[in-house]
Design a protein around this ligand. Structure first.
Ligand code: SAH
Length: 356
């Protein structure tokens, strides 16, 4: 995906460089206004364009009926960047899983999770994932490419339009590792906040941790929620289940998280998958509590959601409760995420790039 500024790339592209035109989605009001002006249009057309692509569901410039027909006919090679629906399935708990087809034919997943007054969207940031965590279905399918900012924003609009309800929360917990695609992810988060209108605190980026990237993210001073997939209380166990953790000791990861808290003033959420007999013993809970003592954080336990390729087991409720109790007794803030969408293979770790 091109990162060339919108106006420069579109103007230089006109005919022969057509492929390098970035889609409009993801662009700010200022960028869109500059672009319409560069097209010889009045600046108020920028506001109209912004409104149509972010709030009125325009899928192409031809849809924007308030624009002069003669101009619409000229800019047919400019894409808004919307995906097409490849497959949709609804789980008994009303979670909706979408397989979306991108311009190059790749397929990604997004999930819509309604609850009370909220509508949360679980968004992908890459086609596939290179991280290969042992317990996660996404990594088993390999990795293709990063998503562009338009492709990330599109997922949120798609779910919003389908539910006909405003999206209240976005979690970057779909396919991919967001911090391997930092530039587009940050651009998409800013767009979701400023253009789509979702509060920064309602945007969550989940990462397994890539050296230096949490520190870099902190420099952007966003008020988003950072969730870190810790999954083990020590390096040995962590690298058994997350092979990519080998060159990045848990101490270094946690040191970066501490810096993040200092710089942004936001506490960090630590995600901890519970794999029966592997990382869910009382001694693991005690070790985790010791490691996180004094850390402005919150532990989110995720009971394992089964996938075909491995034979991990989800602990029973008693074991989960026990793990939670130990953390609480040690004054660690903790909650359990009972994943939604299990029956549609739409729960954490069950997402793939193909229909199941
Ligand atoms: N790459 C990001 C986003 C991954 S998905 C990350 O690693 O954080 C969001 C969460 O689901 C992560 O914490 C991930 O480790 C967890 N997860 C992966 N597979 C799972 C499974 N089978 N059951 C439960 N959670 C899983």
């Amino acid at each position: 995906m091109s990162t060339v500024p919108l106006v420069a790339s579109i103007n230089s592209s006109n005919s022969e460089l057509c492929e390098s035109i970035p889609p409009l989605l993801g662009a700010s009001l200022t960028e869109l206004t500059a672009w319409v002006q560069s097209q010889g249009q009045a600046s108020y057309r920028g506001k109209q364009l912004h409104d149509w692509i972010y709030h009125k569901g325009a899928r192409s410039l031809a849809d924007i009926s308030v624009f002069p027909k003669s101009w619409r006919e000229k800019v047919t090679d400019v894409s808004i960047g919307r995906s097409s629906l490849h497959y949709r399935s609804v789980a008994p708990d009303d979670t909706v899983k979408y397989l979306l087809k991108l311009a190059d034919g790749e397929i990604i997943e997004a999930v819509g999770i309604p609850s009370d007054k909220r509508l949360t969207v679980c968004v992908s940031t890459q086609v596939g994932c290179p991280m290969a965590c042992d317990f996660c279905a996404t990594g088993k399918g390999g990795y293709k490419r990063n998503l562009g900012r338009a492709e990330i924003v599109d997922q949120v609009l798609t779910v919003q339009e389908d539910f006909q309800q405003r999206v209240s929360n976005v979690v970057l917990m779909g396919l991919g590792e967001p911090l391997l695609n930092t530039e587009n992810v940050i651009a998409a988060l800013k767009c979701l906040n400023q253009d789509v209108g979702i509060g920064q605190r309602s945007l969550t980026l989940s990462t397994v941790g890539i050296r230096d990237r949490i520190r870099q993210l902190a420099q952007h001073h966003l008020q988003i929620t950072l969730a870190v997939s810790l999954h083990a209380p020590n390096q040995n166990l962590r690298e058994q289940i997350i092979p990519s953790a080998k060159p990045y000791p848990i101490e270094d990861l946690l040191a970066e998280c501490r810096e993040y808290v200092e710089i942004t003033g936001r506490r960090v959420t630590f995600e901890y998958i519970l794999l029966a007999g592997v990382n869910d013993l009382p001694e693991h809970a005690l070790e985790l509590a010791k490691r996180l003592r004094g850390f402005q954080s919150h532990v989110n336990l995720i009971p394992y959601n089964p996938i075909e390729e491995v034979d991990y087991k989800r602990p029973n409720r008693e074991r989960i409760q026990n793990f939670m109790n130990i953390l609480q007794q040690q004054n660690i803030a903790v909650s359990v995420r009972y994943s939604r969408g299990l029956e549609a293979d739409a729960a954490c770790g069950q997402l793939r790039t193909s229909k199941k």
